[in-house]
Write a protein that binds this ligand. Sequence first.
Ligand SMILES: Nc1ncnc2c1ncn2[C@@H]1O[C@H](COP(=O)(O)OP(=O)(O)O)[C@@H](O)[C@H]1O
Ligand SMILES: [Mg+2]
Length: 288
Amino acid sequence: MTKGIFLGLITADIVYYVPHHPYNNQKLKAERQQSFAGGPATNAAVTFAAFGNRAALITGLGRHLLARIAKKDLAEHQVELIDSTDQPKRPPILSAIMVDLSNGERSIVSSNTDFRKLRPDAINASILEDADILLLDGYYLPQAIQMAEWARLRHIPVVLDGGSWKEGLETLLPFVDYAVCSNVFAAPGCNDSTSVIAYLKSMGIENIAITRDEAPIIAYCQGKTTEVPVMRIKAVDTLGAGDIFHGAFCHYILQNDFLVSLERAAEVASMSCTSLGTRSWIEQEKFI
Ligand SMILES: Nc1ncnc2c1ncn2[C@@H]1O[C@H](COP(=O)(O)OP(=O)(O)O)[C@@H](O)[C@H]1O
Ligand SMILES: [Mg+2]
């Protein structure tokens, strides 16, 4: 069975579905609420596992009561948790999310990993022994860089989820095989997709994609830039679309070329936007 290693952020997401985003000083009633695990690497791992693959997630969660939201979700979705937080008693990173039901747009408030690190023994080369792919989301960068170096030595493909630019990321880039970035990934000195692609190319990355919500994906491979179409859907919740895209991409790239993998991952991600939350698309099983 195919195995993916996912290293990066986990959060406990509290999601409110609202008729519109609140005005200043407004008290707003949510139409619905949900809670589940979040974070780019986490959602990607859940997605990868949903295809019947093995997924292991290296992250920092801890054993605070609030961490149970995330822990239960991972267990329900067959993701193996390798929890290496250096502060097990502190609350997990909480993410407060509002989704505007009129258009599916989400806004998110959360802290990051600035005050939470992984223990020095969080990783070792043997974790990669039976792995087919490694996904990194730019969090826990020292460990991400070390894992990517080991993966390169073993010819295991490395996928970067470039959600946003993070300080120090330039050290990781030379070990990346596939950079799949969002539209807000602002690499140093870059202000549009052309300059981001040029920058990533200059770092030695040969397969690059930039996802842009409902707009076609910009893809660079084999020396050429093209567009990959995105399905037109009625979006009710775009939360985690990029993360789901990355998990599906990791699945498809093991059997397909780059452009086909992007196209299929986009179908899964777009389909996930038609239902509430980051998990209900899995039950629909339309993607199989
Ligand atoms: N409004 C939308 N309509 C259709 N598909 C969408 C929409 N928003 C996101 N997607 C799908 O999810 C993929 C990733 O979304 P994107 O918004 O670029 O990532 P992120 O979640 O990082 O902001 C897109 O390429 C597309 O396939
Ligand atoms: Mg988006």
